[in-house]
Design a protein around this ligand. Structure first.
Ligand SMILES: C[S@@+](CC[C@H](N)C(=O)[O-])C[C@H]1O[C@@H](n2cnc3c(N)ncnc32)[C@H](O)[C@@H]1O
Length: 505
């Protein structure tokens, strides 16, 4: 049996292999000499191991060997940090295997694709990979490759953070390469609590997903669905396709907030406005998440933020004659050379910020405990901490916002956003096409006081699970949706959220 470890580091996999009896041959590669030497010292008298202090990219280009097992934890290196030669070989690896090369692709993707290529038919890949594999767009093609090259793919995920010293959350991917191109493909997903549970896993007897779910998984932009147990995955798929929901994007358009290029120049406090006589150039601004609680962003909230010295004004100099104060403000910035960033340099006038408009509502880009969606009652705009929302629906906007706090919607936020190490979620405007909202029944009347009540509950910091249960009970009536569906969604949302927040500890 021929085994390859393409990036040995200090040799954890190699040490484990060394402890095993057996007549196998291991090729181990490591770029850095000091690391290589550590591993070499561990196996120097064992002729089953042939270690090389080499760049795996070069090794790939030169080797004609194939392996029965390729195991490891490939390096996480941004394209920009690769050498020109590594970039060139990375493009070769990707293109040769049917993937498009681009500057977003991290080294671990190329290592994985190269390793798959270097497997013999029926050979096995076992890699520790960043959870990005399940989520980021640039890994989408890699996920597609998995379905065409592996006959069986196992994904093992951890509820707890596995390697404390790593910034990245990781998953384990184990793929068995097809013998023939037309062999079937199946996927099995195992969610375990911690690395201690790995010992109980026999990859040969994991349950295999029904083919319909496998298919829908490969169609999805993200693989967060793998966070669910099989039964819940089937439930989520069924609710997505039911006539009881509508899609966020079809009713509320989300666009990024204003990219000022430098918020410290363009978002200013009332004091600065007074000092420089800038009141003709200001638009109310909701700058940071801490400045917004509840459902409404009201004039009173804005005033309170202003009184607390927050930067509640956006400077808009577009097509306006500059008064003495404005000229002085701009000159000061230029003297201090604060305006030299790239984004400002590509404008005709660096101080004219494009795309300033006032939205109907806001959605916080980073999701902490739960998504923050607000209605704009002040004529404020926002920088890119928030997305800007515009309502283009025949449904009343108060009703839509209310429904967004149902567990159906919150469950979809957990599943359709990108999860970062440490449990933060990020939602991008492109993800909103997958966010679900329970569909209001046509004959219902929505009492707007309910939204004020929701606003109060959130401002009072009521326990979010109680708030969502309360919304859910009303949703059952507003949407004539079955209590079981709502209850199931609540349980799924609660568990996803708890698991995510546990990773923050
Ligand atoms: C995430 S560590 C994996 C270490 C080891 N597999 C383990 O789990 O302990 C990645 C290793 O890849 C090495 N590396 C980075 N670029 C490489 C390259 N082009 N060729 C070979 N190794 C490389 C790094 O030096 C680092 O030791």
């Amino acid at each position: 049996m021929n085994i390859l470890e393409p990036s040995m580091g200090d040799g954890r996999f190699i040490s484990t292999l060394k402890a095993l009896d057996g007549n196998f041959k291991v090729t181990g590669i490591e770029l850095f000499e000091s690391e290589y030497q550590k591993v070499q010292d561990k196996v120097f008298n064992d002729d089953r191991f042939k270690l090389k202090n080499e760049d795996f990219y070069k090794f790939y280009r030169e080797t004609d060997s194939h392996y029965d097992l390729i195991i490891g934890n490939p390096p996480y290196i941004r394209y920009q940090l690769l050498t020109a030669e590594q970039r060139e070989i990375q493009s070769d690896i990707l293109e040769k295997n049917g993937l498009k090369a681009n500057k977003l692709i991290n080294a671990w993707v190329a290592f994985t694709v190269a390793a798959i290529e270097l497997l013999v038919p029926s050979g096995t890949l076992a890699f520790v990979l960043p959870t990005d594999i399940l989520q980021v767009n640039y890994a989408k093609e890699l996920r597609k490759l998995f379905s065409s090259v592996f006959t069986h793919l196992t994904i093992i995920q951890f509820k707890e953070t596995v390697f404390d010293q790593l910034q990245q959350d990781v998953v384990i991917i184990i793929g068995k390469k097809k013998k023939n191109f037309f062999d079937d493909h199946a996927i099995s997903i195992k969610n375990i609590t911690s690395s201690n549970d790995l010992i109980n896993i026999n990859i040969n007897d994991l349950p295999v997903e029904p083919s319909t779910v496998t298919e829908s998984l490969y169609k999805n932009d993200k693989w967060n669905l793998t966070l669910l147990e099989e039964e819940d995955r089937v439930f989520y798929e069924s609710i997505k396709n039911s006539d009881k929901i509508i899609y966020f994007n079809n009713h509320i358009k989300g666009e990024v907030g204003i990219t000022t290029g430098k918020n410290s120049i363009f978002s200013v406090s009332n004091e600065t406005v007074l000092d420089y006589d800038l009141s003709d150039y200001t638009i109310p601004l909701l700058g940071r998440s801490v400045e917004a609680n509840g459902i409404y962003y009201k004039p009173e909230d804005h005033e309170m933020n202003a009184n607390n010295g927050k930067n509640v004004n956006l400077l808009d100099f577009n097509n306006k004659l500059l008064n003495f104060g404005a000229e002085k403000y701009i000159e000061n910035i230029e003297e201090l050379e604060l305006h030299n960033g790239y984004k400002l340099s590509i404008r005709n006038k660096w101080y004219e910020v494009p795309s300033i408009w006032v939205p109907d509502g806001f959605l916080l880009r980073r999701i902490g405990s739960y998504p923050k969606i607000l209605l704009n009652k002040t004529g404020a705009t926002t920088t890119d901490t928030f997305h800007r929302l515009t309502f283009n629906s025949y449904y009343d906007k108060d009703l839509l916002i209310f429904l967004c706090y149902s567990s159906i919607t919150l469950m979809s936020f957990e599943l359709e956003s990108r999860i970062f190490a440490g449990g933060a979620l990020e939602i991008l405007p492109g993800d909103l096409k997958n966010i679900l909202i329970p569909k209001p029944h046509l004959e219902i009347y929505f009492d707007k006081n309910l939204l004020s009540e929701l606003d109060n509950k959130l401002r009072n910091n009521d326990e979010i699970e109680h708030v969502v249960s309360w919304v859910d009970n009303i949703v059952i009536q507003l949407c004539r949706i079955s209590p079981d569906t709502v209850h199931n969604s609540f349980c799924i949302w609660k568990e996803l959220r708890e698991n995510r927040l546990n990773k923050r500890k």
